[in-house]
Design a protein. Structure first.
Length: 326
C-alpha cells in the first residue's frame, strides 16, 4: 500500500520550541556535512573554492554547537531525533550533492540557495508565530543564517578574485568547452554539413517532400546515434581530461541529430519549392551558428571560421543539388 504524500509528518506550526531547536540542530549538521563534501570534491582542481566550503562547513558546525549548548541548557542532553523529512512544510534539500560531477558554478549556486532558503524560511516562520519564545528563536536562527550568507559571499568574493580564483574560473570554462562545446560543435557540424548532400540530392531527384523528409529523418537520427556512441566510447576522459563520456556523448549525439533535422523538418510542408526555400534558409542559419560557436568558444578568428564553414557547407550543398538534379 502506497502511503499518502506527507502522511505521518508534522506541520511546522505544531512543533514545540524544543522540537524546533532539535530540528535546527539536525539541519545545521546536515548542511555542514554537505559543505564538507563539496570541499572534498573541489579540493584537487579548485583549492580556493574548496577553502570557501571548508570555512562554510566550519560556520555550520559552530552554529550547531551553539544550538546544542542552548538545547542542553533548556532541555537536557537527550536531543530529539527530528529531521527535515519529518516536517511537512519545512524546506527540503535537493539531493544534488549525490551527483559526482557537479560543475563549480552549480555547486556555488546550490550553496547560495541553501543559505537563502534557510534564512527565508526562518523569517517567514517567525512572522507567523504567535509564541514569543518561538518567535525569538526563529528570529535568532534567521539572523544567524543571514550572517552566514553574507560571510559566505565575502569569502567567495575574496578568494575568487585572487589569482588562484581566476585560474579556477579559467579551468572551469576550459572544462565546459572540452565536455560540452567541443563534442556538441563537432556533432552540429557533422549533422548540418554531412546531411546536406543526401537530403538535397533526394529532394531534387524526387521533388517529393515526404520522401525527402523520411531520408532526412533517418540520416539525422542515424548520424546522431552513431556520433553519440562514438564520442562516448572512444575516450573515457580520464587521461585527456575531457570529462564524462556520457555528457560528451549526449552533447555530440543530440547536436548531430538537430543539425540534420533542422533542414529536414521543412519537408513536412507538402509544397516542394516552399519546403526547399525554407530548408535553404535554415541551412544558412545553421552554418552561421557554427561560425558563431567557433568564434565565441573556440576562439577561431571569424574570417577563418566563415571561410571553412560557409565554403565547405556550400560545396556539400551544391554537390547534393547537382547530383539530385542530374
Amino acid at each position: 500500500m502506497i502511503p499518502f504524500l506527507g502522511a505521518g509528518r508534522r506541520r511546522f506550526d505544531s512543533l514545540t520550541p524544543q522540537e524546533i531547536l532539535a530540528l535546527a540542530i539536525s539541519s545545521e549538521e546536515e548542511d555542514g556535512t554537505i559543505y564538507a563534501l563539496y570541499a572534498s570534491r573541489l579540493r584537487e582542481q579548485y583549492p580556493a573554492s574548496a577553502a570557501v566550503f571548508d570555512a562554510m562547513a566550519a560556520e555550520e558546525n559552530d552554529h550547531r554547537r551553539r544550538l546544542i549548548d542552548l538545547y542542553r541548557a533548556r532541555y537536557g542532553d537527550l536531543i530529539l531525533p527530528i529531521r527535515r523529512e519529518h516536517v511537512a512544510d519545512f524546506y527540503q534539500r535537493k539531493p544534488v550533492w549525490l551527483v559526482e560531477n557537479l560543475s563549480l558554478e552549480r555547486i556555488r549556486e546550490e550553496a547560495r540557495a541553501m543559505e537563502q532558503q534557510a534564512r527565508t524560511f526562518y523569517i517567514a516562520a517567525a512572522s507567523r508565530s504567535t509564541d514569543a519564545e518561538v518567535r525569538r528563536l526563529l528570529g535568532d536562527l534567521a539572523e544567524a543564517e543571514a550572517q552566514h550568507e553574507e560571510g559566505a559571499a565575502r569569502l567567495t568574493e575574496d578568494l575568487t578574485h585572487r589569482e588562484e580564483g581566476a585560474e579556477e574560473e579559467a579551468h572551469a570554462k576550459r572544462q565546459f568547452v572540452l565536455t560540452w562545446v567541443q563534442p556538441g560543435l563537432a556533432g552540429l557540424m557533422d549533422g548540418s554539413v554531412s546531411t546536406l548532400a543526401p537530403i538535397f540530392a533526394t529532394a531534387f531527384a524526387t521533388q517529393n517532400p515526404g520522401t525527402t523528409f523520411l531520408v532526412g529523418l533517418s540520416a539525422s537520427l542515424g548520424a546522431g546515434i552513431s556520433m553519440g556512441f562514438t564520442e562516448a566510447a572512444h575516450d573515457d576522459g580520464k587521461l585527456s581530461g575531457r570529462g564524462s563520456p556520457l555528457k560528451r556523448g549526449i552533447a555530440s549525439g543530440v547536436m548531430t541529430a538537430l543539425g540534420g533535422l533542422g533542414h529536414a523538418l521543412p519537408y513536412l510542408i507538402p509544397h516542394f519549392w516552399t519546403a526547399t526555400a525554407i530548408a535553404l534558409v535554415v541551412v544558412f542559419f545553421e552554418l552561421w551558428a557554427i561560425v558563431w560557436i567557433q568564434n565565441r568558444y573556440m576562439e577561431t578568428p571569424i574570417g577563418r571560421a566563415m571561410f571553412q564553414i560557409l565554403l565547405g557547407g556550400s560545396l556539400v550543398l551544391a554537390t547534393g543539388i547537382l547530383i539530385g538534379g542530374s
